[in-house]
Design a protein around this ligand. Structure first.
Ligand code: GTR
Length: 422
């Protein structure tokens, strides 16, 4: 047999075994043994005893590790060049809200990038606390409102939403109203601000578009190994939205809660960790690289996420693919970086890919850091029953159903925000 044919045949026959080894695990009894790094012990082994030591020693070294090895560093400063209110009305949602569409523009050398924040604010509140979140398919998908402008940015195709040739269209207006409980948010006295994430960085493995190239020198094609992936870029966008809120008299910038689902839940956690101006953080079904503990290797793993979405994290994170045991941190420490500000981690029962138990344990193991500040986190190690939220400064629920954002989720977020942020 010709040698090449033999090699091809060999790989063909043994391929199922090779892949079986990396099939996602959904069996609790097959979760590997692992030791979680202690948030209250420094890398050099010193015990952290109070909030001051945490802030001086441990928090900075953890933040630095996540920056250099997981999400990637933002290579420089890029501030808002101009703000334009492109549309507004004081009569939205049957007179209950005002609506504002604000375009932020960034310029550097001969590059320019703009994105639009769509805001609904309750009419009877002078300075509103606000939920801020990214959406997956354009601002016009979040409400059945003909006045919402349609973004021209690249989008992943989704024929069921009428998105083909990577262009958002009229056909998808209002298709995601189910994910945003807008009436309830406004009724409870909060504003909602949303941004289409593709305007900051299109969600594809291409580092030549979005905000990344603003910092390239000479003929650089991609960020350095320790520099930002897409999650960090999206996080940068949220922080610039925060810059804007600080100047908007209609918003209470000291009460902005950053929210995100799934990959955008990973993003909201990283935003909360890196930007202490966010008063609260919500991670909805954020899974691997979000709230879920990586070392459990349950559902999606570091290898799998780096393979499917090579652009989300920094290149250095690939060192931990199939190598979670070498990670000197885990995601409970990402949550701890948000302390003492309120954080809500939510899971869905059928969303095993995101590892609900790993998400819960992260919230639990982050709690000792909250305790340093006299704040109550998650005190019981047993997961609560389905649809039975635990709401402290650290909050958690697992609801029935699949990977999604539902009215049940929002009801809990509003109740919790009323108590811990408003
Ligand atoms: C999945 C990915 C998850 C999650 C999800 C989403 O395909 O594996 O990590 O982020 O996408 O964002 O919808």
């Amino acid at each position: 047999m010709n040698k090449l044919v033999f090699i091809a045949l060999f790989f063909f026959l043994f391929q199922p075994f090779a892949f079986a080894q990396y099939e996602p695990n959904y069996d609790e009894s097959k979760v590997p043994e692992f030791k979680l790094p202690d948030p209250l012990k420094t890398f050099s082994g010193k015990k952290i005893r109070n909030a001051k030591q945490w802030e001086k020693k441990r928090r900075p070294e953890l933040l630095n590790f996540f920056t250099q090895n997981v999400y990637g560093e933002v290579p420089g400063e890029l501030n808002i060049s101009s703000v334009e209110v492109v549309e507004q009305s004081n009569n939205a949602l049957n007179g209950k809200a005002s609506r504002k569409q604000v375009e932020l523009t960034f310029k550097k050398d001969n590059r320019s990038l703009s994105y639009t924040i769509l805001m609904y604010l309750p009419i009877n509140v002078e300075k509103a606390p606000v939920f801020l979140g990214y959406n997956f398919y354009g601002n016009h998908t979040i409400a059945n409102d003909v006045n919402i402008l349609i973004s021209e940015a690249w989008s992943r195709d989704n024929p069921s939403f009428g998105i083909i040739h990577n262009q958002l269209t009229e056909q998808s207006r209002g298709v995601r109203t189910n994910r945003w409980a807008l009436d309830e948010i406004i009724g409870a006295g909060y504003g909602l601000a949303v941004i289409y994430y593709g305007e900051i960085d299109p969600d594809k493995d291409d580092m030549s578009d979005g905000v990344h190239p603003f910092f390239y020198v000479d003929d650089q094609q991609q960020p350095a190994d320790n520099e930002w992936g897409s999650i960090s870029a999206w996080t940068w966008g949220l922080s610039r939205a925060m810059d804007y809120f600080q100047k908007d008299a209609d918003v209470d910038a000291s009460k902005v809660i950053v929210f995100g689902h799934s990959r955008l839940g990973k993003t909201s956690l990283w935003a909360g960790a890196t930007d202490t101006r966010f008063a609260g953080v919500i991670s909805n079904d954020s899974g691997c690289g979000g709230a879920a503990l990586s070392k459990r290797r349950f559902g999606e793993t570091v290898w799998r996420i780096n393979r499917s979405f090579p652009h989300w994290f920094c290149t250095n994170f690939k060192n931990y693919s199939k190598n979670e045991e070498a990670l000197p941190v885990d995601q409970h420490q990402l949550i701890a970086l948000i302390a003492p500000r309120p954080v809500y981690v939510a899971s869905a029962e059928e969303d095993l890919w995101a590892d609900p138990k790993g998400e819960f344990l992260s919230a639990y193991y982050a709690s000792p850091v909250y305790k340093l500040y006299g704040k109550e986190g998650i005190v019981q190690k047993e997961m609560p029953g389905v649809n039975r939220p635990i709401q402290n400064t650290v909050a958690y629920h697992i609801r029935t159903g699949k990977h999604d954002v539902t009215d049940f989720d929002w009801e809990q977020y509003i109740k919790w925000a009323d108590k811990f942020v408003k």
